[in-house]
Design a protein around this ligand. Structure first.
Ligand SMILES: Nc1ncnc2c1ncn2[C@@H]1O[C@H](COP(=O)(O)OP(=O)(O)OP(=O)(O)O)[C@@H](O)[C@H]1O
Ligand SMILES: [Mg+2]
Length: 263
């Protein structure tokens, strides 16, 4: 049998004490296996280690124990096989939208004409062809996040890691962005880990919703979401959808209450 796409094995993270304080156990030993084309969303109270886990998978941080295997090989640092999208807008302000999307390809030494083809394709997929030669500051927040998603996808990563990518957007834009990203996933079938605080978003996007408990963060439940694809916003009004959303709302509420009462 071939190795799973991504294997998180006993990954924990303790941040060393600062100024006489106690060390912070951000993440308790965590196991999670993602098969190819999985779309895992992660929900959990603030500070439960979601970003820490994502940063470890991205290779931007090192686990205190355990390891992350991508197609059976241990992750040692960042790589083009994993694309990351953050909540805050992280475009290079001195590069145009086109140059931002093509950044990773240029770094890897791809020929200019090939870069243009890939960039054109992804600008089209995120609906930004007309803005290719604009500067990031000329774009709305939603458009900048679409650019960040196009930039991550242009590198053709095996895994897409998104940390609250739509957190700063208004509700309407957020709904459209969910459908846009899901549309791209339905087409390209990437493996995705998507962190969010929005329960509806977590259910709508996911093939599995993972919830985490408060510090030290650990996985508290895994809920399969089997609605067929393609999905659109009508799904959010489905009674089965409401049931899953309610179950997760209760779980997360309990976690948040526990976190608040622990202080
Ligand atoms: N570099 C660091 N040094 C020390 N402590 C850190 C560091 N990064 C994170 N932490 C701590 O680890 C815990 C988990 O942080 P993390 O950012 O992973 O949480 P999160 O689940 O992403 O929270 P949020 O939902 O607010 O984004 C927090 O208590 C945080 O203060
Ligand atoms: Mg976070």
């Amino acid at each position: 049998m071939s190795a799973p796409e991504l294997e998180i094995k006993g990954v924990s993270r303790v941040f060393p004490a600062r100024r006489g304080g106690a060390p912070i156990e951000a993440l308790a030993p965590t196991d999670l296996i993602l098969e190819k084309n999985d779309f895992v969303t992660i929900l959990g109270p603030s500070g439960c280690g979601k970003s820490t886990l994502l940063r470890i998978v991205a290779g931007l941080d090192t686990p205190t124990t355990g390891s992350v295997l991508l197609e059976g090989k241990s992750i040692k640092g960042p790589g083009a096989d994993r694309g990351m999208v953050f909540q805050s807008y992280t475009l290079f302000p001195w590069l145009t939208i086109r140059e931002n999307v093509g950044f990773g390809l240029r770094e890897r030494g791809m020929k200019a004409s090939d870069i243009k083809d890939v960039v054109d394709l992804y600008l089209d997929r995120v609906g930004l062809t007309a803005f290719a030669d604009h500067w990031p500051k000329q774009l709305s927040g939603g458009m900048q996040q679409r650019t960040a998603i196009a930039r991550a996808l242009a590198n053709d990563p095996k895994i897409l890691l998104l940390d609250e990518p739509f957190g700063a957007l208004d509700n309407q834009t957020r709904g459209l962005m969910q459908e846009l990203l899901l549309g791209i996933w339905e087409r390209e079938r990437k493996t995705v880990i998507f962190v969010t605080h929005d329960i509806e978003e977590a259910v709508f996007m996911a093939s599995r919703v993972v919830t985490m408990s408060a510090r030290p963060g650990r996985i508290s439940s895994v809920t399969p979401v089997d609605f067929p694809h393609p999905r659109d916003y009508h799904l959010k009004a489905d009674p089965e959808f409401a049931k899953i959303r309610l179950k997760l709302t209760e779980e997360i509420r309990a976690e948040v209450v526990a976190a608040v009462s622990r202080g």
